[in-house]
Write a protein that binds this ligand. Structure first.
Ligand code: LLP
Length: 415
């Protein structure tokens, strides 16, 4: 087991996992403001060109307080639903700082976004037509599918022939024809190849492919290369970080050359979600019951897949830490155990046959790197209450930034 652990990195500030659970209940999403700000800064400095903009992809986590911090770090944001836009506006984002990347938007949704004065990216020829009908003469962006995707799982690859996203690059004449029909100005091209890459190559190749599509458009204001930047989910085993510096300098060189050739001022954007928020959170839970079925030790926690869906949905790995009496259980004695949640399905497993310390009932478990697609994908399945979210401020003190659901919340939508 590696030396890396959250207590020694100061993640919990001036408190401990036990104190947090005692005060705010369990399960509990705990965020660290300093880590979040650090990731924003890294991304902001990715590309050295004057018009580089990072648009945080808020689908990864749209907690209002976190959005405020991310905005204060100078990041703009991309939204994919009116609900996300609503939360962003409530968090202080201005319409011109939001980019709506639509997928199969309804007319009502499109109208809402246009009325809010937010720039839209359309995802198909028919959506371009819909946009033209609703906002003739408007400015619009087009999401291009330049052919190849990347990602940690089939379900999160978002470019290439097998996916539903983007307009194929060979439909440029049709895009231009619709734009002309409705007097639209195509001001930007965007793409998103998929989620979680750890090597720069695929992203760089994707950027080059998008730039060669962009050459075929005049008067673009921006080209947006998308998100997908991975984080090391296996830190305990020494997994290396994505080499962001190498990626950034390669991308900087490419965009500088390309701009010179394009011959006019143009901005470049990225849309990271996971990279900004994933490592800023640990999800705490409680070990409620331990049992042995056959040869398997089952460690039963209160973290069901309604709270964290990633392991069940994508077989995703999250490093685990267990705490007792204010410190992390050390790893001298290890055994295999299967860590489960409390949902009524046998697939409700956080980690199968994982090598862990000798865990006892009452221990606290910490599930690492859960800031992205953690709370954002939580639900009330089994009528369980979605957890509270707490932020460790830069001075080390904890602050509740979203309360736990109450039983009354379960009744909220009935007459
Ligand atoms: N831009 C667009 C258009 C996207 O669809 C996404 C993510 C992003 C940016 C941000 O991607 P990121 O930088 O976070 O990889 N629930 C899955 C990931 C789904 C990603 C969906 N789209 C997971 O937990 O792995």
């Amino acid at each position: 087991m590696s030396q890396y652990d959250l207590i020694s990195t100061g993640f919990y500030g001036n408190t401990t996992p036990e104190e947090l659970v005692q005060k705010y209940g369990s399960p509990l999403y705990v965020y660290n403001e300093a880590v979040l700000r650090e990731r924003c800064k890294e991304m902001r400095n990715l590309v050295s060109c004057p018009n580089f903009k990072v648009q945080y992809s808020a689908k990864a986590n749209s907690n209002k307080e976190l959005l405020k911090i991310i905005r204060s770090e100078g990041l703009h944001t991309d939204a994919m639903s009116p609900g996300e836009i609503f939360i962003m506006l409530q968090s202080g984002y201005h319409p011109e700082e939001i980019f709506f990347v639509a997928n199969n938007a309804s007319e009502e949704e499109m109208q809402y976004v246009i009325d809010a004065g937010i720039l839209v990216s359309v995802d198909s020829l028919s959506q371009l037509q819909m946009y033209g009908r609703l906002n003739p003469g408007g400015r619009v962006a087009v999401r291009i599918n330049a052919g190849a995707g990347v990602g940690h799982h089939e379900k999160v690859i978002t470019a290439g022939k097998k996916t539903k996203f983007g307009v194929n690059a060979d439909l440029i004449p049709e895009i231009k024809q619709i734009a002309e029909q409705y007097k639209l100005r195509i001001v930007g091209l965007n793409q998103h190849l998929g989620s979680l890459f750890m090597e720069p190559d695929g992203y760089i190749a994707g950027a080059q492919a998008l730039l060669s599509v962009a050459e075929q458009f005049e008067n673009l204001e921006f080209v947006d290369f998308g998100g997908g930047f991975g984080i090391p989910y296996r830190k305990h085993s020494g997994e290396q970080r994505l080499d962001l510096e190498a990626l950034g300098s390669e991308l900087s060189a490419i965009v500088q050359d390309w701009t010179a050739q394009y011959g006019q001022d143009i901005a470049f954007h990225t849309e990271p979600g996971r990279y900004i928020v994933a490592e800023s959170s640990v999800l705490l839970g409680k070990v409620n019951a331990i049992k042995h079925n056959g040869t398997t030790k089952f460690v039963g926690t209160d973290v069901g897949f309604n709270v964290l869906a990633r392991p069940v949905m994508y077989d995703s790995w999250h490093d685990l830490e267990f705490y007792r009496n204010g410190s992390r259980l050390d790893g001298y004695q290890l055994e295999l155990a299967t860590i489960t949640g409390n949902i009524c399905e046998s697939g409700d497993i956080i980690a199968k046959d994982r090598e862990v310390p000798i865990i006892e009932e009452g221990d606290i478990c910490g599930i690492l790197d859960t800031g992205a697609y953690g709370f954002a994908m939580s639900s009330n399945y089994n009528n369980r209450l979605r957890p509270a979210e707490v932020l460790i401020r830069t001075d080390g003190s904890p602050e509740l930034i979203r309360r736990r659901d109450t039983l009354e919340d379960l009744l909220r939508n009935y007459e």
